[in-house]
Design a binder for this molecule. Sequence first.
Ligand SMILES: [Fe+2]
Length: 358
Amino acid sequence: MIARLRMILDCLIAGMPHGASVAKELFDSNVSDRGSLMTTIDAKAVFLQMVGGKEEHFFQEHWRKRILFMESVLPQLQGFYDYHCFLEDYKRVDVGEATLLVSVTGAGTRRMVRPKEKEAVQDALDRGISVVLQALMLPETCATAPQQWRWFVALHDALCEYLLPGFPSRITSGGVIAAVDIFCTASESSTGGHYDTGDVFYFVLDGEKEWTIEPVPNIEAGRRLALNYEVDQPSLREHMTLRLRPGDCLYVPPYTYHRVCSSGPSLAVSLGLPTFTEVTLLQNELSRLQQEQALYQPLPSYPRGQHALYCEAAKETRRRTLNILESVSLMTAGFPQIPASTLAEVSPVINSASPIDK
Ligand SMILES: [Fe+2]
């Protein structure tokens, strides 16, 4: 996975056009070369800026506990990219299926649709609908993607490696979401009140965004209501209003209520980091093993009346399933993934005792 991400980063950086001075300066200021074939964003340096230089304070008081709104901590983002440049790039690039149109109807429904044609996007903007480019869904071969999109994808991956070491970073299954979403609006609009299941870092690039937000997560309500994402949810607890401008950074913990509005043209980026539970982590790892199709030996099974064989089969089943769980726990401790082939060892006693072989 890491090698693949590095390869993507190399491609992204190699394809960076020259001449866009502000974007290039930002890129250069946060990128370090580590060998000829490996280039990555200096995640720690950017992250320190994002949290105002107080990393320890962030982890003690905010990470997974409370929002953090930092004003003017990323002055490089002022002038980095704007609404008009985004629309020009959007028209030029093959964005495939990576677009969502998000709006709130009069009946309080959050409507999310994928446009069938690019032309629908301008019409949607004219009607006060938010256009969301989901950059992680872009085809990997998308060589024409502008450097600003690539920079945020690279930042997302770098933050995942820094903040979530050992966890998978590009996952969209089992309710776990990783996202680099670029929000574009042309007029007064809202994406509706809701809860996200992962950690979010949010940046405005052009215009202004108004956030109605609860300062702390509400895991109980959020867990329930995050599934009901098609409803424009009201705030249930004490909340505040924040106005975000270019250069600001907002951290939002999982299951924190928020509602984001724009009053005119705006452009913003939301980095959604995947946040796992024990169950979703296991789910994810098990799907990987399933996709590799290396575990194909059936678990043994015998009637209870065949007592000795039944007990041996139960032991074998326990041994093999615990092996899988151990592989996941090793992975989260930062160890490399255990190849599925090494987990596929089957007890010869049980295997040879198969009734079919007898
Ligand atoms: Fe959100």
